[in-house]
Design a protein. Structure first.
Length: 164
């Protein structure tokens, strides 16, 4: 018999923004462990150019974007791991963008609940951007919480941009 999944207990008030960076890391690690079935590690340094970007907007009590970026092979590996099929399968490659969007959506939703924004904040449908030579930029009126993660020798960047 599988162990019961612990129920998330939301804070009764919004936690201070100074705590959000740690909660973002904790949330990303948990979601990758539960949804993808892999461990990711926090790393430092800059990431190489990314080819896939997933963006989930948060609106309501705050205005923010959760952004998850990685290489195409990394997105394909995430899809393969989630579906339990080989990464060289055409199904893995076709599902890569959807998988990254789903992981991003879950991280954003779980994060907003953990910081106490729960029902006071809604999520957008994930937007996926792919390409070889692009940069994703938001207006300078955002505070950025950026975390670099390592998954199977591939770098991911998880960013929360919060409107000032």
């Amino acid at each position: 018999m599988a162990a019961p999944v612990p129920k998330l207990v939301e804070p009764t008030q919004v936690l201070p923004q100074a705590q959000w960076s740690g909660i973002l890391i904790e949330t990303a690690l948990e979601v990758f462990s539960i949804m993808v079935g892999v461990s990711v590690q926090v790393t430092n340094g800059s990431a190489s150019p990314m080819a896939v970007t997933a963006v989930v907007g948060l609106g309501g009590a705050i205005r923010a974007n959760f952004i998850l970026q990685c290489s195409s092979p990394c997105a394909t590996q995430i899809a393969a791991q989630m579906m339990g099929i080989p990464p060289d399968s055409p199904d893995s490659q076709q599902a890569a963008c959807d998988a990254l969007g789903e992981v991003s959506n879950i991280i954003a939703g779980y994060f907003k609940a953990k910081v106490g924004l729960g029902e006071a904040c809604m999520l957008s449908v994930p937007t996926i951007i792919t390409g070889r030579d692009y940069q994703f930029r938001s207006p300078r009126t955002y505070d950025r919480l950026e975390q670099h993660l390592l998954y199977d020798k591939e770098r991911l960047v998880a960013t929360l941009e919060i409107a000032k």
